[in-house]
Design a protein around this ligand. Sequence first.
Ligand code: HEM
Length: 482
Amino acid sequence: LQQLLFKDPTKPPLVFHYFPFFGSTVVYGMDPYKFFSDCREKYGDTFTFVMLGRKMTATLGPKGNDFVFNGRLSEVSAEDAYAHLTVPVFGEGVVYDVPNHVLMEQKKFMKFGLTVENFRSYVPLIVEQVEDYIKRSKFFKGANGSVPLSDIIPELTIFTAARTLQGKEIRDALDGSFAKLYHHLDSGFTPMNFLFPWFPFPQNKRRDHAQRTMAQFYMDKITKRRANEKNDEDQERSDMMWNLMNCSYKDGRKVPDKEVAHMMIALLMAGQHTSMATITWMLLHVAAQPKLVARILAEQKRVFGDELAPLSYEKLVLECTFLGHIIRETLRIHPPLHSILRKVKSPMHIDGTNWVVPKGHYLLAAPGVSSMDEKYFKNPLAFDPSRWEGQKAEEEAEKFDFGFGLISKGTASPYLPFGAGRHRCIGEQFANVQLMTIMATFVRNFEIQRPGGGSDVPAPDYSSMIALPAPPSIIEWVKRDP
Ligand code: HEM
């Protein structure tokens, strides 16, 4: 009753709830998009809800995206929203454990390791990992079969990302003890850790041990590499670790080995869940519409010839536009991060209203709401890559812009799966290379469909940090003639 009678006209509307501290935690957590859509109907694009005592102000739509992504440094902080979750996992001294200007420098260092030249060398390495995986996997024996994506995609994603971004040493270590460490580290990267940072979950001990051991593993590799610098010709001198080992901050300070190690872990974690979710959704959608699989193959033949010459970076990324549209469409319906958060540091007025979001609230952007809004995309829930055809050449060019682009122009766009503004993703081009190569390799090797030729795609499950299809997500495959 209090909520209904005492509306504060200077604040965004408060979502009605029965239990003060819990607020909307459960409805939001079960299905954030349904929650946003219900709230939007009642309150409009801007509203505040309570999540375990925190006040979360959601600002939906392109203008809302802009409000969050373009917030000034004096107004919003990403580190205040994310540090408690990420610092124990990535380690100290990097990303959200440092002031924003240091993160900006670190993002540049990481971006230096993502050159076109590196991407060129990554394509055959990814193909090799996927083909090797298919050969070894128990799910791909014989001429046809079915495979639970929830079993294979996490492995395929980490093997391909490790072999390329992390280097051969880390990829090889994943066949041994490193895999277990990674799982222990990952077990501390959950919504529960986000919601209850102070709670001593038993897995936090394993997480902390894994973080220290993994960081030490990287530091030992760094020491070894430095010691062998002069006489080891085999070192991968252009890889990410090598690049970070040789970076210096603007004030002249060399990046300490510990920070190199922690940035390597941050890269591993940032790319793993996001890419893994995207590949899974992408495979499910194309398997549900076999005509899309046929079109991807036809494009491969047009670009690489009927004999399907080996994949190469330039041809794949610049000429396989249909495959590019498949990825774009997947990220439109399934942006892996459904909620992007900032903590409000000073009161923020919302244009065109009398509302001020007070200091201490969290801001929440959900670009998935606008990318699934029929105002911007016709028949928004249909998976239809052809909607991206005929895009202006400049837009295509922008997508492959390898400039720094950390401050993106388009913070008010309805389509922002990689975020925007100063916290925009640096991994987009890498993800594109990884996703395109994995998908092309799959389609070259297999015809795929949903069980029994069904056209259904499983519903998203929001219980982990990232929106994933409910397991097991099965697809059926038939090996193509070699
Ligand atoms: C930031 C999405 C892959 C590294 C972000 C943000 C989004 C995002 C939405 C902005 C977060 C915010 O504003 O709070 C994605 C998606 C991916 C992907 C959809 C794949 C499909 C990757 C990969 C890497 C990576 C492969 C590493 C190679 C980063 C980093 C940031 C970031 C370092 C910056 C965080 C910040 O400045 O606060 N990503 N990402 N991402 N991503 Fe990605």
